[in-house]
Design a protein around this ligand. Structure first.
Ligand code: SF4
Length: 338
């Protein structure tokens, strides 16, 4: 179920965006990808803009990016930059988080259609209902949530620091929204804290089944299997390592295996294979199942990045009252983690 805001944005912008991008696509085919990269870099300089890119984006977007990483890393970069414009190559909640952490900067999202399906599973109404069913219990929300939802939660977390946040909160009982699987993973690490999870999930990570892990073990007995905690708990249980995008990338660089099976979004595998080739690691990274692609993450293209930077359309704005409360929720995460 999409939240009201995302539904509005999606309907308003769909048709005009498609028409615009069709025209641009024609021009860019003729100009060539290298010209396009040059034009984007020129615009960035002229406008004092930076591009923050999530690891699930199309890999060619890295060519124009200043920072590439997971939500946590990118939020930190957003809060530190001196740029006037932040273009966020990612999904809607990520651009909102960048705006919360850099309220005086112009934050642009190349394609307003790129919402996160998991984040849109919870909105203000069903969060309120969930809180009413479990009164007086602090709510921890995964960063994959809208500013409106964050504004009603006590502290935010990412997949890298979820265990640390829940532990450092010092409560005997917490509510965890929206991802039930990340919540269950945290519960497995902190058995003394009672964690009640909302029933949201990431449909992309949920496409990975325990049978995929069993097949990968049979076909690649020499490989290590690394999974994201948004995966189903049966998958996490069978993996050799469970960690956030950043942790998966670091772990695979630091360990000495020749082959890794990656149970998360394809963009991570593309980047690992590119870097392995470029830097001669002699390692191979295999996507657990060829369908692990987040469609919303792939809406952004070099073409729409160019157009957004040129026109400065698709600016993210947040109601000041909501922004104040949501920022408090994110900042609390920074104060209780290292
Ligand atoms: S992969 Fe899942 S959690 Fe990440 S943006 Fe896509 S739908 Fe949202």
């Amino acid at each position: 179920m999409l939240s009201k805001k995302t539904k509005e944005l999606t309907t308003q912008n769909d048709c005009s965006l498609i028409k615009k991008y069709r025209n641009f696509a024609f021009i860019y085919k003729a100009k060539g990808i290298m010209d396009l990269i040059q034009e984007i870099n020129k615009l960035k300089k002229e406008k004092n803009a930076i591009i923050l890119t999530h690891c699930y984006q199309r890999v060619e977007i890295d060519e124009v990016s200043d920072y590439v990483g997971d939500s946590f890393y990118l939020s930190k970069m957003a809060s530190k930059t001196n740029a006037d414009i932040i273009l966020f190559a990612g999904v809607y909640f990520m651009a909102q988080s960048a705006k919360l952490l850099s309220p005086n900067k112009k934050v642009l999202l190349p394609n307003l259609k790129s919402g996160c399906i998991m984040a849109d599973m919870i909105d203000v109404e069903n969060l309120q209902l969930f809180k009413n069913q479990h009164p007086n219990i602090p709510v921890v929300c995964y960063i994959n949530s809208t500013a409106e939802v964050k504004a009603l939660c006590d502290v935010c977390c990412t997949s890298s620091n979820a265990v640390e946040v829940v532990k450092n909160l010092g409560e005997k009982e917490v509510l965890f929204v929206p991802d039930t699987y990340l919540g269950s993973y945290v519960q497995s690490k902190l058995p003394d804290i009672k964690i009640t999870t909302f029933n949201g999930f990431c449909p992309t990570h949920l496409r990975i089944r325990k049978e995929d892990i069993e097949l990968a073990r049979k076909n690649h007995p020499d490989a290590l299997i690394l999974a994201h905690p948004e995966c189903h708990k049966e998958v996490s249980k069978l993996a050799d390592f469970v960690g956030s995008t950043k942790e998966i990338m670091e772990f695979s660089k630091q360990t000495n295996y020749k082959k890794y099976i990656i149970a998360t979004e394809k963009g991570v595998v593309d980047r690992l294979n590119r870097d392995s080739k470029k830097e001669n690691w002699g390692k191979e990274f295999i996507l657990i199942n060829e369908n692990i692609i987040c469609p919303n993450m792939k809406f952004n293209t070099l073409e729409c990045i160019y157009e957004t930077l040129k026109t400065e359309n698709n600016e993210i704005t947040i109601d000041p009252e909501i922004a104040k409360k949501a920022t408090r929720c994110i900042e609390k995460m920074f104060t209780i983690t290292v």
